[in-house]
Design a protein. Structure first.
Length: 289
């Protein structure tokens, strides 16, 4: 199993049987209880059979419940250390938090998201994707909402180093970009859920046109990941109280940066000329002091 057990549990819920979902919810609601619970006590807490608890553990890739519980204990211990390091008692955001507590918790979640994203990144897929981008005649990016911001961010970065990259917040324009793709195009799609219809449709069209397609998503078993040539996962969990997609946005931006820096490394001989030219072009637009 890749990554921490709690994140894996959240990610797998859509693919579990109803009884196994109840076990997953019981674990996520009280990880500390699950660490000490036997198969019998966890089954009672989740109101399911003991067999459902065992099947839940095996669905996560464990040989059985004991090995799942060992991994969970390690994850709970790591999280306690992280909370202590960040000087916060618990990670959830609450309406009663003071401004100082709110800032500390948001900083904790975003820093942890970036660390976790880097730790779980598929480096072979990253290399394959970066080389495809570096060798492409054109790159297009897709995404809506917060994912659209990450798509635009990557496009802007690639443009600054001389790579032709198209991006638009208009989903109809994204479909146009996809339709005009070919074998010399790399199409990169951002969707946290991996089930956004507009983004999925764009990837399918680009793939049919011959493009090398990339999914950047939280769910590697999602329709988007299935439709793409390569996938990079953005592991993230949103805090209970949120006004926007905080963790998912940070994970997507981190992956965009990983991809961009690797592409820049691959194109290093041409990097200085591209950066100098683009810096000179925008330099006159800044006020001097």
């Amino acid at each position: 199993m890749d990554g921490d057990v709690l994140e894996a549990t959240r990610a797998i819920i859509p693919r579990l049987r109803p009884a196994e979902v109840q076990v997953a919810r019981a674990v996520l609601d009280d990880p500390a209880f699950a660490v000490t619970a036997t198969v019998t006590t966890l089954a009672e807490r989740a109101s399911v059979s003991q067999a459902s608890v065992v099947r839940f553990a095996k669905s996560l890739g464990f040989a059985g419940y004991p090995s799942f519980r060992v991994e969970l204990a390690q994850e709970v211990s790591r999280r306690a250390i992280e909370l202590e390091r960040s000087n916060i008692a618990e990670g959830e955001l609450n309406p009663s938090d003071s401004p100082a507590e709110m800032v500390a918790k948001v900083a904790f979640h975003e820093a942890r998201t970036i660390e976790q994203t880097g730790r779980m990144l598929d480096l072979d897929a990253l290399e394959r994707i970066a080389r495809a981008i570096a060798d492409s005649e054109r790159v297009v990016t897709f995404g809506v909402g917060a994912s659209g911001l990450a798509a635009a961010d990557l496009a802007q970065k690639l443009q600054r180093i001389g790579i032709m990259c198209l991006s638009s917040h208009d989903t109809h324009v994204q479909l146009v970009h996809a339709a005009l793709a070919d074998a010399r195009t790399t199409a990169i799609a951002f969707s946290f859920s991996g089930g956004t219809i507009d983004v999925l449709r764009a990837v399918e069209i680009a793939s049919d046109a011959g493009a090398f397609t990339v999914a950047i998503t939280n769910d590697t078993d999602s329709p988007l990941a299935a439709a793409a040539s390569a996938t990079l996962r953005t592991p993230a969990r949103e805090a209970t109280l949120r006004a926007a997609a905080l963790a998912s946005r940070m994970a997507q931006l981190a992956v965009a940066d990983f991809v961009f820096i690797r592409v820049a490394q691959l194109r290093y001989p041409d990097l200085d000329a591209a950066l100098s030219a683009t810096r000179a072009a925008v330099g006159t637009q800044h006020l001097t002091r």
